[in-house]
Design a binder for this molecule. Sequence first.
Ligand SMILES: [Zn+2]
Length: 293
Amino acid sequence: MIMQTEGVEGTMVTFAGGSLQESALVVFTAEVAGEWLVVTDRSPFHPVSLSWPDQPGDHGWMICGTTRFRVLDSREGLLNQRTGVLSVGEDARALKRSDPDLTSVVLHVTEAAPTTQAVSLQVDATFRAALSLQHTGVHLAALALNQIASGFWSKDPQDPDSLGAPNLDMAAVTRSEIREDASTDHYRFGKSLRKKGFDAAEFLVDLPARAAEVNKALRGFLATPSPITLSPPTGPIAERRLWATRLNGADVAMPCGGTHLADLANLAEVTVVMAQTEDGFVMRTCSWRTPIG
Ligand SMILES: [Zn+2]
């Protein structure tokens, strides 16, 4: 679906800084296939990404004066800043992201059209917190996986992760699904990975043992609490953001477009289970929050 807009610019998003509420101005509204899509100049909502839809879009509310409308979902849309054409869904996915005219907007999927231009946007904090917990756990699990898989590489890593291990996660992950209770990452062991020197067959021989090693590494990571940052905290959606913390006394960072916990101390436990698939394996990661008080 494509729509013509006028005077709309990319949405400034504040979710990376942990924001759950913003005052904003509605700049575009359209009814598409029975849904209301509302674009604002600014938003605390984390929208589901078009290019890497691992973390679902935030839910919440849009407040117009004394009326509260539900925001059922939030998604990324692509706006051509030169022509004003806004693409959503499949039409947006078909666009080349390298086009310098393109910028991203948050599409708030609301139950009704806004009744005022000035609105207050409120994110469902419980849903956001659950996704942030699982997303942080997934990053730690990826680094733990890289670490325990480092012995299965016969060649020196060309692109090590920030702990110095060959980045198996980056080289093999094909899909990641972050949910409120757990996350599932799909890894594919293809020809190119074997050419790079990874012994996939040997790795897959004993997946329960691999998972136990990952879980041990994860316990080690959580032994030393450290703040977690996503920077910059505010900016256009498509801007490159960096997730950073300290693990085992070393600074670690990786690019990330999602939301996270504020400190490793908030994580009580992260555990994984692995299962073989036709072309690799899936890793399911469950994270638990430290009880408050
Ligand atoms: Zn991430």
